[in-house]
Design a protein around this ligand. Structure first.
Ligand code: G6P
Length: 368
């Protein structure tokens, strides 16, 4: 086991630091100049393009990855995308139609709720696509077609490298679906270029490791942590909070910043730490105003921003700032989650909990 961990103390730590490599293998052989080639999808792209709706279905981190993919999927495909947590779809027996494409996202490809939702979608006649890390898994076998994310074996119960590879695999899928649209040609080229730059940018973000350890030290005794995001980074807020709660065993909630005034604002005081994700995209000025409002209520703020933006997000200099490199806006979630993975990791170690096997949790939940 020690050999497999190499120079790292824990699998989660190793898997976080492996991401420049795992993302490279996710993309290997699939980006050809201005084209995306996904062998597992190519015979089904026509059907997918003619769907009335795309439904993303998953659990846990895989659901969050799908949520991160939703905005660029809608933009590049022009098809409405709805989100389903697998258990909730089953509880409601929600409508799924023949004209739908149902995209199932699962690292293991064996999560019971996701597989039962797959049976349900197949019975209802939908085109079923699998996004998984596990070749030969039940999900890979039972879907009509799919994309293997090729992130390599993930051992830590808390998913890290699979999350970023899922987002990248889904971005390639969205590019492939939308490649017959002339109106998005330059955007598509920018995203393809952004994908090729990602591994190096991830390397840069990983240099924040000791900064995140310092931040974890300052949060070690906190009872709770909020994470505010919106737009492309709503999913980052949910996933960052999920990492903190599942491994560091600290109460943490990801929140849509646009909903701040409808409840969360009542929680703000000088002690509750709040991470605000405010990297550059179309929502930036809205996030600046969120920061001002939290600041006016003396919130304890930690702001994640693009490199060089520290004074734009925190003119008073009173918040802690995490600066990350800028990527194409829709790929920014791949970079932004990494400091939060590192934070969750260090918090767990400092609080003395089991990193790779958090209590009560399993890597793959194969019962309902
Ligand atoms: C469990 C794991 C999570 C994972 C979720 C979905 O809860 O602890 O890390 O995100 O299952 O698993 P899947 O294999 O379907 O992605």
């Amino acid at each position: 086991e020690q050999i497999k961990k190499g120079k790292y103390d824990h699998f989660m730590q190793k898997e976080i630091h492996e991401q420049p490599h795992s993302l490279t293998t996710t993309m290997r052989g699939r980006l050809k100049d201005s084209n995306v080639v996904l062998g597992g999808l190519k015979d089904h792209l026509r059907t997918i393009r003619h769907s009335r709706r795309i439904v993303f279905i998953g659990c846990g981190t895989s659901y969050n990855a799908a949520l991160a993919a939703r905005p660029f999927f809608e933009e590049l495909s022009g098809i409405p995308v709805t989100m389903e947590i697998a258990s909730d779809l089953l509880d409601r027996q929600g409508p799924i139609y023949r004209e739908d494409t149902a995209v199932f996202v699962s690292q293991s490809g064996e999560t019971a709720d996701t597989l039962i939702a797959l049976e349900y979608a197949l019975e209802n006649g939908a085109m079923c696509v699998g996004i998984t890390n596990t070749v030969g898994s039940t999900l890979a076998r039972k879907t009509h077609c799919g994309v293997h994310i090729n992130a390599g074996c993930e051992i830590g119960v808390a998913s890290t490298k699979a999350y970023t590879s899922q987002i990248v695999a889904m971005s390639m899928m969205a590019l492939a679906i939308g490649d017959d649209r002339i109106s998005t040609q330059s955007r598509r080229a920018a995203i393809i270029n952004g994908l090729s730059e990602l591994p190096n940018k991830v390397r840069e973000v990983l240099k924040l490791d000791s900064e995140m350890r310092d931040l974890a030290e300052s949060l070690i005794d906190s009872e709770s942590l909020l994470v505010f995001g919106r737009g492309y980074n709503y999913a980052t807020a949910l996933e960052g909070a999920l990492k903190v709660k599942e491994v560091a065993l600290m109460h943490s909630e990801g929140m849509l910043a646009g909903e701040m005034k409808h409840g969360p604002l009542a929680l703000v005081d000088e002690t509750l730490p709040i991470i605000v994700i405010a990297t550059r995209d179309a929502c930036f000025s809205k996030q600046q105003s969120v920061i001002q409002q939290l600041h006016a209520r003396k919130g304890r703020l930690i702001v994640m921003c693009s490199e060089g933006d520290a004074t734009s997000v925190c003119p008073s200099g009173s918040c802690r700032v995490i600066e990350v490199p800028q990527s194409e806006d829709c790929l920014q979630p791949v970079l932004n989650i990494i400091p939060l993975q590192l934070l969750a990791y260090h918090l767990t170690v400092l609080r003395g909990y089991d990193v790779d096997q958090p209590r009560n949790l399993a890597k793959s939940v194969t019962t309902q």
